[in-house]
Design a protein. Sequence first.
Lengths: 125, 143
Amino acid sequence: MENYLYFSDADGADATGDAGLYAASRFIGVSPHSATVTRIFFEGAMGTADANEMIELTHADTTTTADDGPSLVGHHSRIIANAVAKALLPSNKQSAGMVTMVDLTNGVKFEGLELVTGVAITIDS
Amino acid sequence: MGISRIRSKGPYLYFAEALVETTTESVMLAASSFLGVNPTANNKTEFFFKDVVGTETKTVIELTHTAGKNKEVIDAFVAIVNSNPQTAHAGMLVVADIEDTTGTEETTATGGAGTSQSPAVFGTKVPLFHKAFNGLVSSVAIA
């Protein structure tokens, strides 16, 4: 029994790489790529070649701020990493199941991922 | 549902360098991907994990610590990993996070390029080490 994390870009889950579902047991890690991009890695899911699957989330830059902006919280990868860690384990109140992390087609975002504005999935990264 | 039936690789561990801007300047990974340790100096210990980003042979976390305390730091790491075993919906454990961003303005009130740093106004992200290290660890580098 485990959770499965779902990601989808904004143009419909109707072509290769538009969406993906990843088992918690195949999670590898989270790492930033730039000030506005964080990558999430899972073990390969296609059954052939099977380099890592990479989900690239585009998000707000929380390392700097506009004049008179809010207090800084550091790179957004930390917020994303914590959200992913929460989603990987089932809630005490729920059975294990599918967790929608970011579904931009339907406008659904997991708690903590509100500042994510883009999803790009790379198969066999 | 018993916790022992939950399948995952947790707990999940977070490390961050002083500047978090690009690949492996911070990582969150599963404790189950731990491979081993290597004390490289009397004040530095490396912790090896399976590669996160898919382009390295392994992910290496180097902790700088009080001289002569390698074993104590290793022991604290084990305590951290075992302190929060697969508690449902627990989130990640911040092991060592020295990101120290201070409020660099992108733009000024007049629209110019910002150069000032004003923690009093914009806040400062404070470095954080897990309490199990008991103040022994002072820095982290990720490769």
